[in-house]
Design a protein around this ligand. Structure first.
Ligand code: NAP
Length: 260
C-alpha cells in the first residue's frame, strides 16, 4: 500500500533503537525523509546510514537529549518544518509508589509529558499554516491499565494523554492529526533489561523469564518494532485524516476487555 507520504519530512525522536527505530524504518520505506535523534552519536549514525542506504531517503541526525531545551532546539534547527513528528524518549525507572521524590517526579514529567507537549507546541503552528501534519506520540499501555512498578510512567503519560485529547480536536480541522500509540510489551533493549532483572530476582535464566512472559500474552509473544513501526506509519499516512485523538493499544490482547 502506498501511504501517500513520499517526500514528506519527519522528526523521529529517540530513534536509534527499539520502537523509535521501527517507526523510522517504516516511514523511510514509505519514502519519508528523516531527522533521527538519540543521545549516543555512534549508534545513531549507524542507524541513519543503514536506513538511508536501504530506503534511498535523506536522513540527518541530531545527537542530543530530546528531554532538554538544548536538544529540542537542535532538532528544530535541523528540521524547522516537519510534516510528521514522532514523540518518543526513554521510559522512567521502575520502583514502588513510595520511592519517588520531587527530583524523580520532575524528571518523569519532563521526559514523558512536557517534552512531547513542548515539541507539539513548537511544531503545530507550522503544520496548521501548511494545512497538513501528523503527530504520533509513543506512550504506553500503562495509560490504559496501570503497571504497578511503573507509577512514574502511568502518571506522566496520562498527563500527555489528556493534553492530546483536547488538542487533537482543535487542530484536526486544519489537516493536522494527532494520535497516541500505546505499546504493550515489545522485544527491545528496554524489555530485555526488564527480563534480565526478573530472571535475576527469580533465579531463573533470561530465556525462562522470556518464555514465561510470552506465555502470559494472548499472542504468545512480544510485539516487534517492525509491527509497531507499520502501525505508526499508517497513522502518519495520507489516509489517517479521520482518526483523531485516539489511543491505539498494540499489546497482543494483553489488556483483557470486551471492548475499548
Ligand atoms: P529502547 O529500545 O531502550 O530504545 C530507546 C531509544 O531512545 C534509543 O535509541 C535511545 O538512544 C533513545 N533515547 C532514550 N532516551 C533518549 C533521550 N532522552 N533523548 C534522545 N533519545 C533517547 O526503548 P523502547 O523499548 O524502544 O521504548 C521506547 C519508549 O516506549 C520508552 O519510553 C518506553 O518506556 C516506551 N514503552 C516501551 C515498551 C516496550 O515494550 N518496549 C512498552 C511500553 C512503553 P540513546 O540511549 O543513545 O539516547
Amino acid at each position: 500500500m502506498d501511504l501517500g507520504i513520499r517526500g514528506r519530512r519527519a522528526i523521529v525522536c529517540a530513534s536509534s533503537k527499539g520502537l523509535g527505530r521501527g517507526v523510522a524504518e517504516k516511514l523511510a520505506e514509505a519514502g519519508v525523509d528523516l531527522t533521527l535523534n538519540a543521545r549516543t552519536e555512534s549508534t545513531l549514525r549507524a542507524t541513519a546510514d543503514e536506513i538511508a542506504r536501504k530506503y534511498n531517503v535523506k536522513v540527518q541526525i541530531v545527537a542530543e537529549d530530546v528531554t532538554t531545551e538544548v536538544g529540542r532546539q537542535a532538532l528544530l534547527k535541523a528540521e524547522p518544518e516537519p510534516d510528521i513528528l514522532i514523540n518518543n524518549a526513554g521510559g522512567p525507572p521502575p520502583g514502588a509508589w513510595s520511592d519517588w521524590g520531587e527530583a524523580e517526579w520532575t524528571s518523569a514529567l519532563n521526559n514523558n509529558m512536557l517534552t512531547p507537549i513542548f515539541l507539539m507546541n513548537a511544531i503545530l503552528p507550522g503544520m496548521i499554516a501548511r494545512k497538513w501534519g501528523r503527530v504520533v506520540n509513543i506512550t504506553s499501555s500503562s495509560v490504559k491499565a496501570p503497571i504497578a512498578q511503573l507509577g512514574l510512567s502511568n502518571s506522566a503519560r496520562a498527563g500527555l494523554t489528556g493534553f492530546v485529547a483536547g488538542t487533537a480536536r482543535q487542530v484536526a480541522r486544519h489537516g493536522v492529526i494527532i494520535n497516541n500509540l500505546l505499546p504493550g510489551s515489545h522485544d527491545t533493549d528496554r524489555t530485555k533489561g526488564f527480563l534480565e532483572k526478573a530472571a535475576a530476582t527469580q533465579n531463573i535464566s533470561v530465556e525462562e523469564a522470556r518464555a514465561e512472559a510470552y506465555r502470559k500474552n494472548p499472542a504468545g509473544r512480544y510485539g516487534t518494532s517492525e509491527e509497531f513501526g507499520a502501525a505508526a506509519a499508517f497513522l502518519c499516512s495520507q489516509y489517517s485524516g479521520f482518526i483523531v485523538g485516539q489511543n491505539i493499544l498494540l499489546d497482543g490482547g494483553a489488556y483483557n476487555s470486551t471492548m475499548g
